[in-house]
Design a protein around this ligand. Structure first.
Ligand code: ATP
Length: 270
């Protein structure tokens, strides 16, 4: 099996420069970077450093990217794990995986733990009682709560978690001393889409006729991940047509292709 205990990346290269738009969210996580870099600045005045924050927003909006960038900016190791792995791969061992994850992160502290798709383990308890894996999931969730409560105030491990379904999370997760901060990561507006295009155009050989304002206006409802896809797809289309650079038409074709894919996924384009 290719199931990994978790991804551990001790040298995160991602920084806030890689995250376009999301000004409000970046400002909020900047504070977390500061907690990791200068904990004594806060603890010396008797403050308790928060243990966790929830990144909330639609798929592909940059939650994972932002979490990595926090680790990259603070120059601390990044331990990550996806909630869906617990359901699909870690059957029977969820709680011990959580214990191991926290143990490693504490050994390497200051550090970041990132739990993607936390809703897969953090759905409100007591619902969905028909599902056989329910006890397993509850054990995993309980272990997560226990680990977060067990952190001393000077452990200096911050747990970030991402979800697009904050509404279905067990409220125990949001209690003080756990994920008591929520940071919203929304779909980009037209100005932010332009910034995201700029980031993902960096590696491409661009033709002169590219109009970023036009492209940004042609892509309402696109997430950052969709825009990254458009840029890559445009480069592939240009190459397929034997071009020396990626031009406006390649981008329009790529946008059409991505919209086709989005419609198949039944996403609403606004
Ligand atoms: P999911 O909820 O599906 O896990 P997510 O919110 O965690 O999605 P990411 O995995 O961070 O989204 O985004 C996927 C990719 O999309 C990123 O690796 C990046 O290439 C691109 N992307 C998304 N948002 C942004 C952004 N704000 N700026 C630059 N690139 C972005």
């Amino acid at each position: 099996s290719k199931a990994k205990l978790f991804d551990q990346n001790t040298e995160v290269k991602t920084t806030f420069k890689d995250v376009a738009g999301l000004e409000g969210a970046k400002e909020e996580v900047q504070e977390i970077v500061d907690f990791l870099k200068f904990p004594e600045k806060y603890t010396s005045l008797g403050g308790k450093i928060p243990k966790g924050a929830l990144l909330v927003g639609p798929p592909g909006t940059g939650k994972t990217l932002l979490a990595r960038a926090v680790a990259g900016e603070a120059k601390v190791p990044f331990f990550s794990l996806s909630g869906s792995d617990f359901v699909e791969m870690f059957v029977g061992v969820g709680a011990s995986r959580v214990r191991d994850l926290f143990k490693q992160a504490k050994e390497k502290s200051p550090s970041i733990i990132f739990i993607d798709e936390i809703d897969a383990i953090g759905r409100a308890r007591g619902k969905n009682a028909m599902s056989g894996s329910n006890d397993e999931r509850e054990n995993t969730l309980n272990q997560l709560l226990t680990e977060m409560d067990g952190f001393g105030t000077n452990t200096n491990v911050i747990v970030l978690a991402a979800t697009n379904r904050a509404d279905i999370l067990d409220t125990a997760l949001m209690r003080a001393g756990r994920f008591d901060r929520q940071i919203y990561v929304d779909l980009p507006d037209v100005r932010e889409r332009k910034e995201i295009f700029e980031v993902h155009l960096r590696p491409l050989k661009k033709a002169e006729n590219l109009d970023l304002d036009f492209l940004s206006k042609q892509t309402p409802g696109f997430s950052g991940a969709d825009i990254a896809n458009v840029c890559n797809e445009a480069a592939l289309i240009a190459a397929r047509n034997g071009k020396k650079s990626v031009d406006k038409q390649d981008f329009l074709d790529a946008v059409d292709r991505i919209i086709g894919g989005l419609e198949k996924k039944n996403k609403i384009i606004t």
